[in-house]
Design a protein around this ligand. Sequence first.
Ligand SMILES: [Zn+2]
Length: 194
Amino acid sequence: MHLLYGDKDKNIDLNHEMSKIFSAKPCFIINDITAAGYRYLNTEMETFCILTISSGVGGKIFYRGEALLDKEGMAGEVGHIYYRGKYNQLICDCGEYGHIGSMASGRGIEQLARCIIDQEEIKNTYFSSVLLQEQELTTYTIVKAIKEKDPLALFILGEAVKPIVDIINTLIFTIVPLYNFLKNKITYKALSGV
Ligand SMILES: [Zn+2]
């Protein structure tokens, strides 16, 4: 198993440690996207899906004011869904190959860009791209090139967006009809930051 952070054998009572530091306020440990959902829940709506595209790709569904989670807090990890396609050799932060996060997140688009640029026909097609002159491909250089409307950068962005579009479509065509059946309204709001 691939561990992202730390030694899984050590248990730390983080809630207790935080409560000591912030003694005047109650402390809760919660998944970042669930927390982001509660921020919108308070001000905008009760039933919705929240997607985040940052270092990874995350999501949560809120239904009637509650995050839909299992008893261990799991749900909505759309970035770790396997995405079929020509970039499925890219490795995800979790250690598996071809997950949406491996190509459509902030870190993922860097891998995707390297993979695309390694193709000889791409070099021939986009020979004037500023990205081909870069020593190092990062989200910053990619975003800069996108803002300059560099054709290769726009092609890479388009490839990175496809898995996100597909996951939004999946949510709309599966969950929305279910909620409509239940005579409730669902609204989705996607936050993107690639
Ligand atoms: Zn993954």
